[in-house]
Ligand binder design. Structure first.
Ligand code: MG
Ligand code: MG
Length: 246
Protein backbone atom coordinates (compact mmCIF):
# COMPACT_ATOMS: atom_id res chain seq x y z
CA UNK A 1 0.00 0.00 0.00
CA UNK A 2 1.33 3.43 -0.96
CA UNK A 3 0.61 6.40 1.29
CA UNK A 4 -0.11 9.95 0.09
CA UNK A 5 1.95 12.95 1.24
CA UNK A 6 -0.87 13.84 3.65
CA UNK A 7 -0.93 10.34 5.12
CA UNK A 8 2.85 10.31 5.48
CA UNK A 9 2.61 13.58 7.39
CA UNK A 10 0.23 12.01 9.90
CA UNK A 11 2.53 9.01 10.26
CA UNK A 12 5.43 11.41 10.85
CA UNK A 13 3.47 12.89 13.76
CA UNK A 14 2.66 9.46 15.21
CA UNK A 15 6.35 8.57 14.89
CA UNK A 16 7.40 11.64 16.88
CA UNK A 17 5.09 10.62 19.72
CA UNK A 18 6.60 7.12 19.74
CA UNK A 19 10.10 8.65 19.79
CA UNK A 20 9.09 10.73 22.80
CA UNK A 21 7.79 7.59 24.55
CA UNK A 22 11.19 6.02 23.92
CA UNK A 23 13.05 9.02 25.36
CA UNK A 24 10.86 9.17 28.45
CA UNK A 25 10.97 5.45 29.24
CA UNK A 26 14.69 5.15 28.46
CA UNK A 27 15.45 8.00 30.88
CA UNK A 28 13.55 6.16 33.64
CA UNK A 29 15.40 2.83 33.31
CA UNK A 30 17.35 2.08 36.50
CA UNK A 31 17.53 -0.62 39.17
CA UNK A 32 14.40 -0.60 41.35
CA UNK A 33 11.96 0.69 38.73
CA UNK A 34 9.02 -1.59 37.84
CA UNK A 35 7.87 -2.24 34.30
CA UNK A 36 4.44 -0.88 35.34
CA UNK A 37 6.10 2.46 36.17
CA UNK A 38 7.61 2.53 32.67
CA UNK A 39 4.13 1.91 31.26
CA UNK A 40 2.75 4.85 33.25
CA UNK A 41 5.50 7.13 31.95
CA UNK A 42 4.67 6.14 28.36
CA UNK A 43 0.94 6.64 28.99
CA UNK A 44 1.67 10.19 30.18
CA UNK A 45 3.39 10.97 26.88
CA UNK A 46 0.38 9.69 24.92
CA UNK A 47 -1.97 11.80 27.04
CA UNK A 48 0.20 14.92 26.75
CA UNK A 49 0.32 14.62 22.95
CA UNK A 50 -3.36 13.73 22.57
CA UNK A 51 -2.40 10.44 20.90
CA UNK A 52 -4.21 7.13 21.24
CA UNK A 53 -2.61 3.81 22.10
CA UNK A 54 -2.51 1.07 19.49
CA UNK A 55 -1.24 -1.46 22.07
CA UNK A 56 -3.93 -1.04 24.74
CA UNK A 57 -6.74 -3.57 24.13
CA UNK A 58 -4.96 -4.99 21.06
CA UNK A 59 -6.40 -8.54 21.23
CA UNK A 60 -6.91 -7.72 24.91
CA UNK A 61 -3.37 -6.45 25.68
CA UNK A 62 -3.65 -4.53 28.98
CA UNK A 63 -0.98 -1.79 28.62
CA UNK A 64 0.37 0.93 26.28
CA UNK A 65 3.87 -0.58 25.97
CA UNK A 66 5.43 -4.03 26.01
CA UNK A 67 8.26 -4.58 28.49
CA UNK A 68 10.37 -7.70 27.89
CA UNK A 69 13.34 -8.31 30.20
CA UNK A 70 16.34 -10.59 29.57
CA UNK A 71 15.21 -13.91 27.99
CA UNK A 72 11.81 -12.46 27.10
CA UNK A 73 11.85 -11.61 23.40
CA UNK A 74 8.69 -9.49 22.96
CA UNK A 75 5.10 -8.83 24.14
CA UNK A 76 5.81 -8.69 27.88
CA UNK A 77 2.98 -7.23 29.97
CA UNK A 78 4.17 -4.44 32.29
CA UNK A 79 3.63 -5.26 35.95
CA UNK A 80 5.45 -5.72 39.21
CA UNK A 81 8.75 -6.87 37.71
CA UNK A 82 11.51 -4.79 39.32
CA UNK A 83 14.47 -3.95 37.06
CA UNK A 84 17.76 -5.19 38.47
CA UNK A 85 21.35 -4.13 37.86
CA UNK A 86 22.63 -6.20 34.92
CA UNK A 87 19.22 -6.79 33.30
CA UNK A 88 18.45 -5.86 29.74
CA UNK A 89 14.94 -4.61 28.98
CA UNK A 90 13.18 -4.38 25.62
CA UNK A 91 10.53 -1.67 25.39
CA UNK A 92 8.08 -1.60 22.49
CA UNK A 93 5.92 1.53 22.07
CA UNK A 94 3.16 2.61 19.70
CA UNK A 95 0.88 5.59 19.08
CA UNK A 96 -2.01 6.61 16.83
CA UNK A 97 -2.29 10.22 15.61
CA UNK A 98 -5.20 11.24 13.37
CA UNK A 99 -5.84 7.57 12.60
CA UNK A 100 -2.24 6.74 11.59
CA UNK A 101 0.11 4.46 13.46
CA UNK A 102 3.71 4.52 14.67
CA UNK A 103 5.51 1.51 16.21
CA UNK A 104 9.08 1.24 17.50
CA UNK A 105 11.15 -0.64 20.06
CA UNK A 106 14.57 -0.57 21.71
CA UNK A 107 16.57 -2.63 24.19
CA UNK A 108 18.65 -1.03 26.92
CA UNK A 109 20.83 -2.20 29.79
CA UNK A 110 19.97 -1.60 33.44
CA UNK A 111 23.08 -0.24 35.16
CA UNK A 112 26.22 -2.23 34.39
CA UNK A 113 25.57 -5.14 31.98
CA UNK A 114 27.72 -8.03 30.75
CA UNK A 115 29.88 -7.62 27.67
CA UNK A 116 27.77 -10.28 25.94
CA UNK A 117 24.57 -8.36 26.69
CA UNK A 118 26.02 -5.12 25.41
CA UNK A 119 27.29 -6.85 22.26
CA UNK A 120 23.80 -8.31 21.70
CA UNK A 121 22.22 -4.86 21.99
CA UNK A 122 24.79 -3.29 19.65
CA UNK A 123 24.46 -6.03 17.02
CA UNK A 124 20.63 -6.04 17.11
CA UNK A 125 20.46 -2.27 16.61
CA UNK A 126 23.03 -2.49 13.81
CA UNK A 127 20.98 -5.24 12.14
CA UNK A 128 17.92 -2.96 12.19
CA UNK A 129 19.86 -0.19 10.42
CA UNK A 130 21.20 -2.67 7.86
CA UNK A 131 17.58 -3.61 7.14
CA UNK A 132 16.49 0.03 6.95
CA UNK A 133 19.24 0.72 4.38
CA UNK A 134 17.48 -1.75 2.02
CA UNK A 135 14.21 0.26 2.02
CA UNK A 136 14.87 1.99 -1.31
CA UNK A 137 12.60 2.32 -4.35
CA UNK A 138 12.97 -0.64 -6.72
CA UNK A 139 14.56 -2.96 -4.16
CA UNK A 140 12.72 -6.15 -3.10
CA UNK A 141 11.36 -6.42 0.43
CA UNK A 142 13.15 -9.69 1.23
CA UNK A 143 16.47 -7.81 1.03
CA UNK A 144 15.58 -6.29 4.41
CA UNK A 145 15.53 -9.67 6.11
CA UNK A 146 18.61 -10.84 4.28
CA UNK A 147 20.55 -7.78 5.54
CA UNK A 148 19.29 -8.19 9.13
CA UNK A 149 20.15 -11.89 9.18
CA UNK A 150 23.64 -11.29 7.81
CA UNK A 151 24.52 -8.85 10.59
CA UNK A 152 23.03 -11.03 13.36
CA UNK A 153 24.49 -14.33 12.20
CA UNK A 154 27.92 -12.82 11.47
CA UNK A 155 27.99 -12.06 15.20
CA UNK A 156 27.00 -15.73 15.89
CA UNK A 157 23.58 -14.71 17.15
CA UNK A 158 20.26 -16.04 15.83
CA UNK A 159 17.22 -14.31 14.35
CA UNK A 160 13.72 -15.13 15.66
CA UNK A 161 11.52 -16.73 12.99
CA UNK A 162 7.95 -16.76 14.41
CA UNK A 163 7.67 -12.99 14.91
CA UNK A 164 8.34 -10.52 12.10
CA UNK A 165 8.01 -6.91 10.97
CA UNK A 166 5.07 -5.57 9.00
CA UNK A 167 3.64 -2.86 6.83
CA UNK A 168 1.95 -0.12 8.89
CA UNK A 169 -0.52 2.70 8.24
CA UNK A 170 -4.17 2.92 9.32
CA UNK A 171 -3.61 -0.31 11.25
CA UNK A 172 -0.53 -1.27 13.24
CA UNK A 173 -0.08 -4.61 11.49
CA UNK A 174 -0.72 -4.50 7.75
CA UNK A 175 0.37 -6.80 4.93
CA UNK A 176 2.94 -7.73 3.86
CA UNK A 177 4.98 -9.15 6.72
CA UNK A 178 8.70 -8.35 6.86
CA UNK A 179 10.73 -11.37 8.01
CA UNK A 180 14.13 -10.76 9.56
CA UNK A 181 15.64 -13.59 7.52
CA UNK A 182 15.63 -14.84 3.94
CA UNK A 183 12.05 -16.13 3.60
CA UNK A 184 12.72 -18.47 0.67
CA UNK A 185 10.71 -16.43 -1.83
CA UNK A 186 11.36 -12.90 -3.10
CA UNK A 187 9.26 -10.12 -1.57
CA UNK A 188 7.31 -7.37 -3.37
CA UNK A 189 9.13 -4.53 -5.14
CA UNK A 190 9.41 -1.40 -3.00
CA UNK A 191 7.60 1.72 -4.19
CA UNK A 192 7.53 5.33 -3.04
CA UNK A 193 5.09 5.86 -0.15
CA UNK A 194 5.21 2.36 1.30
CA UNK A 195 5.73 2.31 5.08
CA UNK A 196 7.11 -0.58 7.13
CA UNK A 197 7.91 -1.42 10.73
CA UNK A 198 11.22 -3.29 10.62
CA UNK A 199 11.90 -5.10 13.89
CA UNK A 200 14.71 -7.62 14.31
CA UNK A 201 14.51 -9.85 17.40
CA UNK A 202 17.96 -11.32 17.95
CA UNK A 203 18.88 -14.10 20.41
CA UNK A 204 22.26 -14.99 21.93
CA UNK A 205 21.35 -18.69 21.69
CA UNK A 206 18.93 -20.50 19.41
CA UNK A 207 15.96 -18.80 17.74
CA UNK A 208 13.36 -21.13 19.27
CA UNK A 209 10.63 -19.56 21.36
CA UNK A 210 7.72 -20.35 23.66
CA UNK A 211 4.84 -18.28 25.00
CA UNK A 212 4.17 -17.74 28.72
CA UNK A 213 0.93 -18.92 30.31
CA UNK A 214 -0.35 -15.31 30.26
CA UNK A 215 -0.64 -15.80 26.49
CA UNK A 216 1.64 -12.82 25.75
CA UNK A 217 5.27 -12.99 26.87
CA UNK A 218 7.42 -14.65 24.20
CA UNK A 219 10.54 -16.28 25.68
CA UNK A 220 13.71 -17.81 24.32
CA UNK A 221 13.41 -21.57 24.67
CA UNK A 222 16.99 -21.92 25.94
CA UNK A 223 16.72 -19.08 28.46
CA UNK A 224 19.43 -17.02 26.77
CA UNK A 225 19.16 -13.25 26.26
CA UNK A 226 17.19 -11.60 23.46
CA UNK A 227 17.12 -8.02 22.12
CA UNK A 228 14.59 -6.14 19.95
CA UNK A 229 14.93 -2.94 17.94
CA UNK A 230 12.23 -1.46 15.70
CA UNK A 231 11.51 1.67 13.68
CA UNK A 232 8.67 2.81 11.42
CA UNK A 233 10.16 3.85 8.06
CA UNK A 234 8.80 5.21 4.78
CA UNK A 235 10.23 4.46 1.34
CA UNK A 236 10.79 7.90 -0.24
CA UNK A 237 12.47 9.41 -3.30
CA UNK A 238 15.28 10.49 -0.98
CA UNK A 239 15.75 7.02 0.49
CA UNK A 240 14.39 5.56 3.74
CA UNK A 241 12.80 8.11 6.11
CA UNK A 242 12.67 6.94 9.73
CA UNK A 243 9.55 8.37 11.41
CA UNK A 244 10.17 7.11 14.95
CA UNK A 245 13.20 9.18 15.82
CA UNK A 246 13.10 12.55 17.63
MG1 MG B 1 6.50 -2.72 18.04
MG1 MG C 1 5.82 -3.85 15.11
Amino acid sequence: MRRSADELNKMRKAGKVVAEMHEATRAAIRPGVTTMQLNEIAAEVLAKRGARSNFLNYHGFPAVICTSPNDMIVHGIPGGYVLEEGDIISIDCGAIVEGYHGDAAFTAGVGQISSEASRLIEVTERSLWAGIDELVIGNRLHEVGRAVQKVAESARFSVVREYVGHAIGTAMHESPQVPNYWPGTPGPTLKEGMVFAIEPMVNVGSYETYVLEDGWGVMTQDGALSAHFEHTIAVTKNGPEVFTIA
